[in-house]
Design a protein around this ligand. Structure first.
Ligand SMILES: [Zn+2]
Length: 310
């Protein structure tokens, strides 16, 4: 339930947004700080890297926050209304904010960076109701598309600083190439038949495709639907049969369901370790290495190799 005040703000937005809002030609920003709102940390981090000192970035969803079920608060709506540019992943990641993005779009630039990934490169899982899998950030090469979309959007909105955005983006993209090579190198330390990644929800399909892991999530692509008892038993049988050494919890999903799987595996006479915590849909705390996109990806592959490699 939205709080009354939030509902009121939303109503105002709805009223303003009645009928198709003509995409107004937005005044290019000139010399002023560009106010950006990003939904998830991965997007906010990329905007900060590309925008540098020209941008002031506010990220709505902090550590441990699950974007699949997140609803904009009253404060979020105010931030979104004040923003010059709003970046989000899209592809139904922020499923409960879709309407808000649509309503605010006319008066400011909004960009779903996930939609910069070519359709041919997107995964369309059969059990996700005709939608694409939004977790594109775990294939580092795919995430480059998001970074270039941010670069181009900022350059268009703030043409006076276009060369700065291009320079910053080029440096960040180089860093992402190094990161991709690091993940490839670490993944190759695990024999192919042991590269099975079991997590709380299906956030790692792009990761699996890019780095050669079989991926099984207890919950589906979205965390909105709870895993049923049947899902737990099925996954437990799979783990016991394949003798998978470890499964992993995620920072943005309750570990309860994963513990139920461990119990069910034990009932089958096999013990699966609880590997470390992975950052799936949210980064770690600001000021820690995992509080950046690069740090979170490095953390994940290190934890996975540690968990499966022994
Ligand atoms: Zn997710």
């Amino acid at each position: 339930m939205a709080k009354p005040a939030a509902a009121l703000v939303l109503l105002v937005l709805l009223a303003v947004g009645c009928g198709p809002v003509e995409a107004t030609t937005l005044r290019p920003l000139d010399g002023e700080t560009v106010h950006v709102v990003a939904t998830v940390g991965m997007v906010g981090d990329a905007v900060q890297r590309v925008g540098g000192e020209r941008v002031a970035v506010e990220t709505l969803m902090g550590p441990g926050i699950d974007p699949h079920v997140y609803k904009a608060s009253e404060g979020d709506l105010r931030r979104l209304e004040r923003a010059d540019v709003v970046f989000y992943v899209g592809l139904h990641l922020e499923a409960r904010m879709a309407e808000v993005f649509e309503r605010i779009g006319g008066a400011r630039t909004t960009r779903a960076v996930g939609e910069a990934v070519p359709e041919a490169d997107r995964l369309a899982p059969p059990d996700f109701a005709g939608n694409y899998d939004p977790h594109i950030w775990f294939d580092v090469e795919l995430w480059r598309h998001a970074v270039t979309a941010i670069r181009d959007t900022l350059a268009e909105r703030d043409p006076g600083s276009a060369s700065l955005y291009r320079r910053n983006a080029a440096a960040y993209l180089d860093e992402l190439d190094e990161l991709d090579a690091y993940v490839q190198r670490r993944a190759s330390e695990i024999p192919r038949e042991r590269r099975v990644l079991i997590t709380a929800h299906d956030a790692f399909n792009y990761f699996g495709r890019a780095y050669g892991f079989d991926v099984r999530g207890l919950q589906g692509i979205s965390t909105a639907a709870e895993a049923g008892a049947g899902d737990v038993q099925e996954l437990a049988s799979f783990i016991a049969e394949r003798r998978i050494p470890a499964l992993f919890v995620e920072s943005s999903v309750s570990p309860r369901a994963i513990e139920a799987v461990r119990e069910a595996v034990r009932a089958r006479g096999f013990d699966v370790r609880r590997g470390g915590e992975l950052f799936a849909d949210a980064m770690g705390e600001a000021g820690t290495p995992e509080g950046t996109y690069v740090g979170m990806v490095r953390h994940n592959i290190d934890v996975i190799v540690e968990g499966l490699g022994r």
